[in-house]
Design a protein around this ligand. Sequence first.
Ligand SMILES: *[C@@H]1O[C@H](CO)[C@@H](O)[C@H](O)[C@H]1NC(C)=O
Ligand SMILES: *[C@@H]1O[C@H](CO)[C@@H](O)[C@H](O)[C@H]1NC(C)=O
Length: 339
Amino acid sequence: MQVKIHPKNTFTIIMVVGFLYLAYLIFFESGDGMPEIDVDLKDVISYAVLAIEMGGHAVMKVNEEKSLNAAAKGLTDEGKEELLTRADLISNHLILDILQRFPRLQIVSEEKASEFSEKEVEPYRSDNYAVWQSVKEILDKIPSRRLQLSDVRVFVDPLDATQEFTEGLTEYVTVMACIVVDAEPIFGAIYRPFYNETVFGLQGFGVVTSDGKKITPVDESKTDKKVVVSRSHAGKVKEVVEKVYGDKMSIEAAGGSGYKTLRLVNGTAELYLHTTAIKKWDTCAGDAILRTMGGAMLDLEGEPLRYSSQDPILNKKGLIGTVRNPYTYFKKFQGIKLL
Ligand SMILES: *[C@@H]1O[C@H](CO)[C@@H](O)[C@H](O)[C@H]1NC(C)=O
Ligand SMILES: *[C@@H]1O[C@H](CO)[C@@H](O)[C@H](O)[C@H]1NC(C)=O
């Protein structure tokens, strides 16, 4: 039987198609004109954690190689620079390699064109499955939560405490990933490759270590009366802290934003102060963990750091970080020129 297209039918077809098209636009299109995709936060977390573990293993391997080659001799400045570049780029390469397998996930990392080919990177790639096994147990406990993919951004730092890394101060070195929804960091993971320790924080779930231990803030009275600060500007902060706390608080210069956050997390420091510019991939994971514990990172104007695509990557306003009552601490420093 032949279908005759009457004008009325034509109209109906146009109406229906038009409606479907509108419905498509309203329900499925996101801002960038691509159809909206629903994801499980748990899956994004799994990719992010696997990625930083792979990156961290590579950082260790590069370091081992170098110390074998440079045994006893010590590294020249050029050697240090080469070591850093190599570790940083290879870690970044392996991290992006994993995250990019998650279709259309937005990744924020230092724009680094990898000088290394797949073949050159291969020796630094750990067995995916073995790494997966080591973190699987803890990831299994994370609850599912549906999110729109276009609202999610992942910040990565393939090698934090770069200066300290070149000096062989590996205790400060971390590899970090952080998940941001809208402007807020809701998940952070800090991996210390040379100590095989990972700390994860997910808002609404809590802070845990890779061996499954739950971390809650150490009682304020048992927290070390210490301010951790960058090794490059400890002197200036010392003066300010003396002004505010007298001799009740000491200063410790330490490398890496990730490391300094971990000191707050285990109560071996009470405050983290930074008085110069800092990139947001250095702070995002730590900020997420502190927020999960009831604290936060504020800039030195007292605003929580924001991580949306409209906010600049470089935070020029410094930061103050704690596991509790960030505004109370901020107020003590109000009116004092810190930046
Ligand atoms: C690192 O820690 C994980 C989790 O605690 C563990 O499964 C793994 O075997 C450790 N790796 C090494 C090399 O010790
Ligand atoms: C606290 O955390 C830092 C950084 O991870 C670590 O070096 C230190 O050993 C920890 N101290 C305690 C008492 O847990």
